[in-house]
Ligand binder design. Sequence first.
Ligand SMILES: NC(=O)c1ccc[n+]([C@@H]2O[C@H](COP(=O)([O-])OP(=O)(O)OC[C@H]3O[C@@H](n4cnc5c(N)ncnc54)[C@H](OP(=O)(O)O)[C@@H]3O)[C@@H](O)[C@H]2O)c1
Length: 292
Amino acid sequence: MKSHILITGATGNVGTEVVRELQRKGIPFRVGAYDTAKAATQLKTAGDIVLFDFLDPGTYSSAFEGIEHVFLVRPPALSNVERDIAPAIQAAGKAGVKHIVFLSIQGVENNRVVPHYKIEQAIFNAGIQYTFLRASFFMQNLSTTHASEIRDQDEIALPVGNARTSFIDVRDIAAVAVCALTDAGHANQSYTLTGAEALNYDEVAAKLSAKLGRLIRYTHPSMLNFIWRQLKAGQTLPYTLVMTALYTITRLGNASIVTTDTQQILGREPIRFDQFALDYRQSWERQAAIPG
Ligand SMILES: NC(=O)c1ccc[n+]([C@@H]2O[C@H](COP(=O)([O-])OP(=O)(O)OC[C@H]3O[C@@H](n4cnc5c(N)ncnc54)[C@H](OP(=O)(O)O)[C@@H]3O)[C@@H](O)[C@H]2O)c1
């Protein structure tokens, strides 16, 4: 069967789960991958994988040919929307793409500084139908970006004080994305996707401690201490500044809003943090020492 759906970011946190959900449902799709060999290995599919690089317009036509719906992920390294992302959106429109499901960010409607705002505008201006998935912080940030800190030092060191975050599991975002890509009624809609509860990091640490059987502490670092630690750990200054900006939003309480959009679209409760911690506990377990 011909695929009318193109998945970008398919090797990333959310895209991997979108692919898994489409495979589970037996829905054909095409992957537009930056590294096609990596995508084929990681996604365990010999299916329709084509080269797609936001920074190489020569890859656009074969990626978009015959496609009606696109799942669009902005790679975190690409922040110059006019130069790096908008050309692909315009090419999609010219190639006949009817609908883009874009992985956006919670609160984007009040935050013109983040690249996601300009991407939403670019989709709108290209005259393509849209579904904006404005997601809250991923639970999986703790099993990827912050995993080593938890695994090796038993601590979470984020500069957000006692503020709460309405964490969402990327598997729920992917399930919503597949609904938006395949079901009627999601064109020209914006959804704010959160989990069912907003937790502070003391609660997150307590939940991880309970699942792992060892004490995980939330260390309440200051912003300056956080920046110093990130740079000392070898992170670049631009990356550290983006992280600091995002966690400032959280510290101000703006990541705590809980919505019912996820539940309404999926017809079930969003995945709880306890379930996520159980499913991903290997991310924080220490390897047993190998006898010499
Ligand atoms: N983390 C959060 O809490 C959160 C919350 C809301 C929204 N978001 C947004 O979600 C997006 C990231 O989603 P994610 O975490 O699922 O992605 P991710 O894991 O960071 O993966 C990025 C994907 O983009 C691909 N890619 C990199 N450079 C590319 C290029 N030049 N052309 C085409 N593809 C390229 C990567 O391919 P390779 O694997 O080959 O490198 C990978 O598949 C960001 O825009 C972020 O702001 C994040």
